[in-house]
Unconditional design. Structure first.
Length: 334
């Protein structure tokens, strides 16, 4: 087992970091196989899948998420090295290459025994936390004996290293439109899923911290990217409905939108906000400015390093997310 290189951190030893993300296609011929992975078992009509595929093809069939993850990994590698933490970083995805099981095989073959897992989501819910835990369990079973142990790093929605970059990005847009309405967006999920986690509570807290940090008196948490049948209740209001309400109310016609539910400017930001919401705002006579996500902001990269240090120092005591944020059903708890 390789020591982290930091003095006073020898109680819980790790010999690698695994960045675990959603994945995305790299070329047009990847799009449909990728979507089949994403939607497997969900009984989504073929017509709907083709509609989603068209969104990717409008951007050349390539998701920006992969390059954004590569940039994050490179920045994190420099941050760890600069702070004396000598841990290799691996990358695996849920839905596209490099697939998680393949990455775990490479880690096993390289002699990795115990890895810290950073999931590219700040919040808890089934799809943003527990499903990734299940992905890890499934991939470890597939890899079999000698697969590395994997310990997930805690959520970080309220940490300054996440909140402050969001504040800076919102301020940059509010400087252009000081009197603008402020909408803070996150991915909508089914209401039943939200009720089994602290997703809404965490988002509400982050939205408040960002608005306060940006010294903006009023804000509203809204949602985007909903899918699923219309009869199923999802978190609302949708951002386009919120824009319509702003236009109908009269008064200020400027809107700043901040996607606090996402770490990088990937496809759901480009399509749902920069394309669809922007077009809707223009049709209503509104001026919409979209703030950037945290991306590879130095404060955010430093936060990931701090979370790694925290887990090395405290072990499982640093991570209560399984019990407190998105618990397994009762029969699955240890």
């Amino acid at each position: 087992m390789v020591h982290s290189g930091k003095d006073g951190m020898s109680d819980y030893l790790y010999d690698a970091v695994l960045v675990l993300s959603f994945g995305g296609p790299d070329k047009p011929e990847d799009v449909m196989p990728f979507l089949e992975n994403v939607l497997r078992g969900r009984n989504v009509p073929r017509e709907r899948m083709l509609e989603v595929a068209e969104n990717y093809l409008r951007f050349g069939g390539k998701s920006p998420l992969n390059e954004q993850n590569r940039a994050l990994i490179a920045a994190l590698g420099r941050e760890l090295e600069a702070n004396g933490i000598r841990l290799p970083i691996y990358w695996g995805n849920r839905n596209w290459h490099p697939l998680l099981a393949d990455t775990l095989r490479r880690m096993r073959d390289a002699g990795v025994q115990r890895a810290l897992v950073f999931i590219t989501s700040a919040y808890s819910s089934y799809s943003s936390c527990r499903q990734y835990r299940e992905d890890i369990e499934r991939a470890l079973a597939e890899v079999g004996p000698y697969a590395p142990e994997c310990d997930k790093i805690r959520h970080f929605h309220d940490r300054p290293g996440f909140v402050q970059p969001l504040v800076e990005n919102v301020r940059a847009k509010l400087n252009l439109f000081p009197e603008a309405h402020l909408l803070l967006t996150a991915h909508s999920i089914p209401l039943a899923m939200a009720e089994s986690s602290r997703y809404v509570d965490q988002l509400t807290q982050t939205a408040r911290l960002v608005a306060e940090g940006a010294a903006h008196s009023e804000h509203r948490l809204v949602y985007q990217s909903r899918s699923g049948p219309p009869r199923q209740a999802w978190l609302e209001p949708d951002i386009k409905d919120a824009l319509s309400e702003i236009a109908a109310a009269g008064g200020c016609r400027n809107v700043v939108v901040a996607p606090i539910g996402f770490l990088s400017d990937h496809m759901e930001v480009l399509i749902d906000l920069d394309t669809q919401a922007q077009q809707h705002a223009r049709s209503l006579g509104l001026t919409m400015a979209r703030a950037a996500t945290v991306g590879t902001h130095p404060k955010f990269i430093a936060l990931i390093r701090e979370l790694i240090e925290e887990r090395i120092r405290l072990g499982p005591a640093a991570d209560g997310c399984l019990e407190n944020c998105c618990p397994y059903p009762t029969e699955r708890r240890a």
